[in-house]
Design a protein around this ligand. Structure first.
Ligand SMILES: *Cc1c(COP(=O)(O)O)cnc(C)c1O
Length: 363
């Protein structure tokens, strides 16, 4: 191969981000302050239809504090997918509640509403759908199930900034929703998370929980943590927020090129009601997925990822005996190809050539 390897993901950090960090450093006020407050307001307007936003130090903290703020704890069950990053179930388990793993829909890799309904028990208090890879979960069907059983919805929108379901942005469906701002996500603050909610009492408890239970200094109202975002991180996030819509459009354009060019593999279907923001562009390869990944990387210099090779219910941290066939099949078949906004037309051609050549050789 002539050219240098194509990375699977590439955070874009420019002069504006550097200038924003420098501005905060010069101000001498580094911890949570005016930058965080501005970031929350701007994120609310841009991505969640004006719902209240509360910034925290990671996406995982956002899920954890959101659940605590919603009163989830020991004795409660929350239905989660097993086919996701472990932070989803971890956040439930850390409250003392039990994550109950349900299977996914084969097409879109998100919670299967029928499997969710079958998993409801007397202890179930909520459903935590993950908008995996940037494709929204079926919020119509999940909303109906939640209404029927009196359950709450907690959205894991870590990978789905700007995705929509039936015309509404993700992050506007749940009691709360969490967006991750980790460097490889669709936008970043370095590390960080944003929680959106339409409920004032929940927003207030989130703010208390991230700051040792204090609204007024040393008048701690409840037991909390230090999960605050710093102004340095918020300053980066504010710049990225002005760019994320353009990056998403570029991801979608890249995905369209891949859709049109790839042969011999299953390209990612998009539900009629959905806008996919392609955090990942994930194909399925039925035979010898791991060999396919090795060939992509070593023979063609195409970086790629397997998200996620071990379903959460089988991780050493959970070890549940469950039969989740769509989850197992996905874990054995998925490969995420580069789709990030820095790809050139040549990069896309190379990715297509590589995938099609390997698929043809294996067929
Ligand atoms: C990244 C991610 C998280 C956790 O976010 P962090 O900011 O890394 O803590 C949670 N759920 C999913 C699906 C993720 O991809």
């Amino acid at each position: 191969m002539n050219a240098s390897p194509i990375p699977a993901a590439k955070p874009i950090i420019g002069d504006e981000e550097r200038a924003a960090v420098d501005r905060v450093l010069r101000s001498g006020m580094l911890a949570q302050g005016p930058e965080v407050a501005a970031f929350e307001t701007e994120f609310a307007a841009e991505l969640v239809g004006g719902r209240t936003c509360v910034a925290v130090n990671s996406g995982t903290s956002g899920l954890h504090l959101g659940l605590l703020a919603a009163g989830v704890g020991p004795g409660d069950e929350v239905i989660v997918p097993s086919f996701t990053f472990a932070a989803t179930a971890n956040s439930v388990a850390l409250t003392g509640a039990t994550p109950v793993f349900a299977d996914i829909e084969a097409d879109h890799f998100c919670l299967d509403p029928a499997a969710v309904e079958a998993a409801v028990t007397e202890r179930t208090v909520g459903i935590m759908p993950v908008h995996l890879y940037g494709h929204p979960a079926n919020m119509t069907a999940l909303g109906e199930i939640a209404a029927r059983h009196g359950l709450r919805i907690f959205e894991d929108a870590a990978q789905a900034h700007g995705a929509t379901w039936d015309g509404a942005q993700v992050g506007t469906f749940g009691d709360f929703a969490m967006f991750s701002l980790y460097p490889t996500k669709n936008m970043t603050s370095g590390e960080g998370g944003m929680v959106s909610t339409g409920q004032d009492d929940l927003a207030r408890r989130l703010r208390l929980l991230r700051n040792q239970g204090m609204e007024r200094q040393y008048e701690n109202e409840l037991v909390g943590l230090n999960n605050r975002m710093t102004d340095l991180h918020a300053a980066i996030g504010r710049v990225q927020l002005t760019k994320v819509a353009g990056w998403t459009a570029q991801r979608q354009a890249n995905a369209a090129v891949l859709d049109a060019g790839l042969e011999g593999v299953v390209v990612p279907p998009v539900a009629e009601q959905a806008t996919h923001v392609y955090h990942q562009y994930t194909i399925r390869v039925a035979d010898d997925r791991d060999g396919f990944v090795t060939a992509l990387r070593s023979e063609y210099g195409v970086g790629c990822g397997v998200y996620y090779p071990i379903p959460n219910h089988r991780l050493p941290s959970f070890q549940r005996e469950l039969d989740l066939p769509a989850t197992e099949k996905a874990a054995a078949e998925v490969i995420s190809l580069p789709v990030h906004p820095s790809l050139s037309a040549d990069d896309l051609d190379r990715i297509i050539l590589a995938v099609n050549s390997i698929a043809k050789a294996g067929a």
